[in-house]
Design a protein around this ligand. Structure first.
Ligand code: FAQ
Length: 303
């Protein structure tokens, strides 16, 4: 069966199948960006592991950040099925030739940010990634199934943390509101530019890599989050947010698209710090990779 026939019949494309060069390039781009996001995404929450308020919260946070490392490694393996080299992908990230999600370029100012990242950032990730379980590239779609299960656990832990804080002192409640105010708009930006300004969506939809457009998923996320905000008792910082009876959806304001562009191109509040740390981890870990490679070669009888 040809590539086009497989796509038309909704069959999965597997690593050994013929595929257009553009499809391969697009998949490597998306999977690599996704993997980089998971690995860089360990930093904002990782900053709170040593400062978690209780042993229970520390254990939960450690496990969550460890899951994110696992997702990153899983995704690099999926990229390798397309002929990509993981060391090369990391080099491209560090040199600024490949992107990672804009959301991880914002600072985590209080422990409430850990809860809000779980609720909103993992919530947005789930909204975006559940349809990717039906993405046309087999190894990516299968990776998404496990990743989404873990993300939904992450989202619940974030929401549970926020419920606990909202039942606490007035200071704790205002920490939660402050974190929601800072993370709401960047969370909406995670879905990418508006459809009219998204160069990749049309082709990725035709290839069934993406199953919904950026705006469709953003709307789904808003519709899902508003009732959760109400039951939590926080206000979402958008004066235009209201239920539209006719559409059967919430109307909402536009994120600052110029800000998204700035953050994607390296000029967000934490971009330099995120890449500096990623580069340091890569340099500091070089001896481990060398030792593992030498050990592997010895086992294989090469050296
Ligand atoms: N940030 O034409 P489009 C997580 C880029 S979740 C940075 O619309 P596309 C879990 C885009 O790449 C986060 N760059 O592109 C977690 C393209 O650039 P290029 C990761 C962005 O691909 C939670 C250009 O703008 N999730 O890590 C962003 O069709 C908590 C034009 O855009 C994924 O990666 C952005 N927000 O749609 C971890 C999901 N938006 O390459 C820790 C998989 C757009 O042409 C803690 N990816 N760009 O130079 C996707 O679904 C898609 O790639 C989109 C973008 C929807 C992100």
């Amino acid at each position: 069966m040809t590539f086009d026939e497989s796509i038309a019949r909704d069959q999965r494309i597997e690593p050994a199948d013929d595929m257009p060069e553009g499809y391969r390039r697009t998949m490597v781009r998306q999977i690599a960006q996704h993997a980089h996001s998971e690995i860089i995404g360990m930093q904002p929450e990782g900053d709170w592991i040593t400062r978690a308020p209780t042993l229970r919260r520390k254990a939960i946070l450690l496990a969550k950040v460890q899951d994110e490392a696992g997702h990153g490694l899983y995704l690099y393996s999926a990229a390798e099925t397309l002929g990509a080299d993981r060391g090369d992908l990391t080099r491209r990230l560090i040199e600024g030739q490949q992107k990672y999600s804009s959301i991880f370029n914002y600072p985590t100012r209080s422990f409430a940010d850990v809860g809000v990242i779980g609720w909103l950032v993992d919530g947005a990730a789930i909204c975006n990634q559940v349809p990717l379980c039906r993405s046309s590239y087999g190894p990516y779609a299968r990776a998404m199934i496990r990743i989404c299960k873990e993300e939904s656990f992450h989202q619940r832990q974030g929401y549970e943390l926020l419920i606990t804080m909202m039942r606490g002192t007035p200071e704790q409640r205002s920490m939660v509101q402050d974190a929601v105010d800072r993370w709401w708009w960047p969370s909406l930006m995670m879905f990418g530019p508006p459809d009219a300004a998204s160069p990749n969506t049309a082709q990725s939809m035709a290839w069934k890599i993406k199953r919904h457009t950026n705006d469709e998923l953003r709307q789904r996320f808003v519709d899902m989050s508003v009732p959760q905000a109400v039951s939590l008792g926080v206000t979402l910082p958008d004066a235009e947010l209201r239920w539209n009876e006719e559409r059967g959806h919430y109307d909402f304001g536009q994120p600052d698209w110029a800000e998204l562009k700035r953050v994607i191109t390296g000029d967000g509040p934490m971009n330099e710090e995120r890449i500096r740390r990623r580069r340091a981890a890569d340099t500091d870990g070089a001896w481990v990779r060398e030792a593992a490679a030498a050990h592997g070669a010895r086992l294989a009888g090469v050296a």
